[in-house]
Design a protein around this ligand. Structure first.
Ligand SMILES: [Ca+2]
Ligand SMILES: [Ca+2]
Ligand SMILES: [Ca+2]
Ligand SMILES: [Ca+2]
Length: 310
């Protein structure tokens, strides 16, 4: 049969429509069948433990960590050196994960809190040691510790990063930066604290695609920390007023912001925390650079949180 231009276009369109309805159907099925989080962790838990008991690590001259299978039965394993912490699942209340991590170097400068931003160099690998993502010291990436996102979700980092300090850096004449004395760690995350049902595409031929429901290994270097996002001289962690380690749910002037229909800005991002139009930084009567110790009307509320005191 000889196809005219019109009929072949028609066949092509029909084919595309069929294909798209098939894709849609498959997508719906995938979304519908998100795996049970407890069952998934039960599957991963033993394999993570088995991996760290059968692998070891070495640090090279560039402070990069290499993970290798144990070859000699007497060899020290990752498990022997790992620190164990626990973290609750965000969706299922009675699901608690074990997180194993290595603290190879603690870091020699400022400490990291859950409310801070941290500049990371990192490598993400699957448990076959394929490379999924990489950011070197030349192109590091900022992430917020309470919602760590490093080219994919890695919520478990929230639990681990505050156990490290950052390093220091010097600027080279050519514009590059030399980092030193940073923290070096490796964390072994179950998929429930990483990307869970989402696959991660391979960005180029140097990287491997990460399928859904994959535990991951994150090697990281803690290069620098941002302890005061809004530059108001109140550290991020102090702006977490309710002390729940999450700075995003503390907003002293919410009522005012709502009244004037301006976006809600939590204190850690708000340079005028009480909305009295005098910036927090300037509500520092004794001029010691710390707005938290000035309370002019003696009501127990520091001026920067007290709209009736400047
Ligand atoms: Ca601040
Ligand atoms: Ca605010
Ligand atoms: Ca503030
Ligand atoms: Ca005030």
């Amino acid at each position: 049969m000889k196809l005219t231009g019109k009929s072949s276009i028609l066949i092509l369109i029909t084919g595309l429509l069929l294909l798209s309805s098939k894709c849609k159907k498959e997508k719906e099925e995938v979304e519908f069948k998100i795996r049970d989080r407890k069952e998934q962790y039960a599957k991963e838990k033993d394999s993570i433990l088995n991996f760290i008991k059968t692998h070891t690590y070495v640090l090279d001259a560039y402070y990069n960590v290499h993970i290798e299978p144990v070859t000699d039965p007497g060899q020290r394993t990752i498990y022997d050196d790992a620190i164990l912490v626990q973290m609750q699942d965000t969706a299922v209340e009675d699901l608690t994960y074990d997180i194993y991590y290595l603290k190879i170097a603690e870091g020699q400068s400022d400490s990291i809190t859950t409310a801070d931003g941290v500049l990371l160099a990192y490598e993400i690998q699957d448990f076959e040691l394929n490379m999924i993502k990489r950011k070197t010291e030349l192109f590091p990436q900022w992430t917020n510790v309470w919602t760590p996102h490093i080219g994919m979700g890695a919520l478990g980092l929230r639990k681990v990063l505050p156990d490290f300090n950052v390093g220091t850096y010097t600027a080279n004449p050519d514009g590059t930066v030399l980092f030193s004395g940073y923290g070096i760690g490796v964390v072994f995350l179950p998929s429930g604290l990483a990307n869970y049902q989402y696959a991660v595409a391979a960005s180029d031929q140097n990287f491997t695609r990460l399928p859904a429901y994959s535990p991951v290994i994150v090697k990281f270097k803690t290069l620098a920390v941002n302890q005061d996002f809004d530059k108001d001289n109140v550290p991020n962690i102090i702006e977490d007023l309710n002390g729940n380690l999450d700075p995003t749910d503390d907003n002293t002037d919410k009522e005012l912001e709502d009244k004037y229909k301006i976006p809600n800005i939590p204190n850690y991002m708000d340079a005028d925390d009480d909305g009295d139009s005098l910036p927090t930084k300037q509500e520092d009567t004794n001029g010691n650079g710390d707005p938290t110790d000035d309370d002019d009307d003696g009501d127990g509320i520091p001026n920067y949180l007290d709209p009736d005191t400047h």
